[in-house]
Design a protein around this ligand. Structure first.
Ligand code: S3P
Length: 189
């Protein structure tokens, strides 16, 4: 069997196993949830949705402006509602913002309706990736590396509850996608 055929077969088997559930990407800012989630969706021929984009659309403003004008608690409530709505719909690959999985109700909802994938990356990898962008309010003040270190301490024990953990380092996205597909095939019943 040619390699591409094998990939297609695997994708088809996985899609059947997933059924109506969604694959939910979780992990810290810069771990690649959107970039890898988008490629995973293409591989599985599923829609891709970015929760942060949906939150911005629902609010009619950027996440930075939501934080600035209404504060983090307001953002978190909007985030919870938007993700809950997105999980009600058809099967998809859903990239969530880094803080979303910290909400207990969101974790429960994901456990009921989806399969969670934690993209785990080391601090230097995360810092290299977030340095290229300036749109993240949590990293906009203070020392971003210190902030990220604290977030790792707080969040890693919670991200660990995801159904699968995948190492996200500086390897091609398609290789990470292969890894996710193989692990999901083994994990999902
Ligand atoms: C956040 C991560 C961001 C965004 C918001 C808060 C967080 O999403 O939701 O700035 O709490 O880690 P990304 O993880 O996609 O950058």
């Amino acid at each position: 069997m040619r390699y591409a055929d094998k990939d297609r077969r695997r994708a088809e088997t996985l899609r059947q196993k997933i059924g109506r559930r969604s694959i939910v990407m979780v992990g810290l800012m810069g771990c690649g949830k959107s970039a890898i989630g988008r490629r995973l969706a293409t591989r599985l021929d599923l829609p891709f949705v970015d929760a942060d984009d949906e939150i911005e659309q629902a609010a009619g403003k950027t996440i930075s402006d939501i934080f600035l004008e209404h504060g983090e608690a307001y953002f978190r409530e909007g985030e919870r509602k938007v993700i809950s709505r997105l999980l009600e719909g058809e099967a998809k690959v859903l990239a969530t913002g880094g803080g979303a999985f910290m909400n207990e109700q969101t974790r429960e909802k994901i456990a009921e309706t989806g399969i969670s994938v934690w993209l785990k990356a080391d601090l230097p990898v995360l810092m290299r990736r977030v340095a290229r962008r300036t749109h993240r309010p949590l990293l906009a003040k203070g020392d971003p590396e210190e902030t990220m270190r604290k977030l790792m301490e707080e969040r890693h024990p919670v991200y660990e509850q995801a159904d699968i953990t995948i190492k996200s380092c500086d390897i091609p996205h398609e290789v990470v996608v292969d890894d996710i597909v193989k692990r999901l095939l083994k994990t999902i019943s």
